[in-house]
Design a protein around this ligand. Structure first.
Ligand code: NAP
Length: 289
């Protein structure tokens, strides 16, 4: 099976490596060519999305946001124009349901199948091939895409029709973003009040607030290790998309908006290319401190 991967960032690179390792014939495209270079010996490197998509049975995209996805699929030299009828798109980015449905409709017009399959798990799970896919699409497209999804992940949960995968992902990351923002505020409060750091962590992580995410991020904060697993700007994007989607349902996600503010503060303070754990730094050192 010929598989194309569009987007070789933190997540896409790990996913493409697993497809190569599991024997698929892979073509890759990345806007910045330096991230494609490590694939030179094991995959076909394409200079445009269209060139990557040509002849592919399955075309995977793992891009930052709606704008990046729209450009890669629909611009001049975009992937959809080159996709052959019968191919299947697997859109893995955390995108908005409205964009995903628009793209699926455009794909349908040229006989191309579509699955939205955003992921839970992060850099490590992408590298290890243990992502969890939250999929929206038809059962028959999912069946055809099964071997490819299985090469990159340990589980695929079929949420329903097109758009239901990204909807589930936005609800998921809304809860994740709020937890990380609350952790940063709580730890900053404990630090400023002089509470012992080790005991604070033991109480929080050993008790009800100690979710897997809170444990992982608290560990990185304690170690001062802000090596990027997930960029704060992308979490802010997820909280924005979640808030907009909720608004269409007549809901206001107050906590998503507050958390998003914290992630944007981290971006503004110079942590755009660091991990979400760096969200605590502007709280430790407010502007002017
Ligand atoms: P990343 O490392 O920033 O990668 C983003 C990718 O999108 C890169 O290939 C980048 O190309 C490309 N891109 C951005 N803007 C573009 C544009 N205008 N035109 C063409 N390509 C563009 O991000 P990531 O962490 O891999 O995340 C990818 C997606 O997965 C996002 O939707 C994110 O929310 C989601 N996600 C991330 C994680 C995580 O833990 N990291 C977990 C689950 C889901 P360049 O290299 O040229 O910039």
């Amino acid at each position: 099976m010929r598989v194309s991967v569009l987007g070789l960032g933190i997540m896409g690179a790990g996913m493409a490596h697993n497809l190569v390792a599991k024997g698929f014939e892979v073509a890759v495209y990345n806007r910045s060519p330096d991230k494609a270079a490590p694939f030179a010996a094991k995959a076909r490197i394409a200079v445009t999305p269209a060139e990557a998509a040509r002849d592919a049975d399955i075309i995977i995209a793992m891009l930052s946001d709606d704008d990046a996805s729209r450009g890669v699929w629909l611009s001049d030299g975009g992937a959809l124009g080159a996709a052959r009828p019968g191919a299947i798109i697997i859109e893995c980015g955390t995108l908005s349901p409205s964009w995903v449905r628009e793209l699926a409709a455009a794909a349908g017009k040229v006989g191309v199948g579509f699955i939205d399959a955003p992921v839970t798990g992060s850099k490590l799970q992408a590298q290890e091939g243990t992502l969890r896919f939250l999929a929206g699409g038809s059962p028959s497209d999912l069946l055809k895409a099964g071997p490819v999804l299985g090469a990159m992940g340990s589980e695929t949960i079929h949420m329903g029709g097109v758009g239901s995968g990204v909807l589930m992902k936005l609800v998921n990351n809304f809860l994740c973003g709020v937890q990380v923002a609350a952790l940063a505020e709580g730890l900053a409060m404990a630090e400023k009040s002089g509470l012992d750091g080790e005991k604070t962590r033991a109480v929080l992580l050993g008790g009800a607030p100690g979710s897997p995410l809170v444990k992982a991020v608290a560990g990185r904060i304690a170690a001062g290790d802000y090596t990027a697993n997930f960029f704060p700007g992308l979490m802010a994007k997820d909280l924005d998309y979640a808030g907009r989607e909720a608004a269409k349902l007549g809901l206001t996600l107050e906590t998503a908006a507050a958390a998003r503010k914290r992630f944007l503060e981290a971006v503004k303070a110079g942590y755009a290319d660091k991990d979400i754990a760096a969200i605590i730094e502007p709280l430790r050192h407010p502007a002017g401190d």
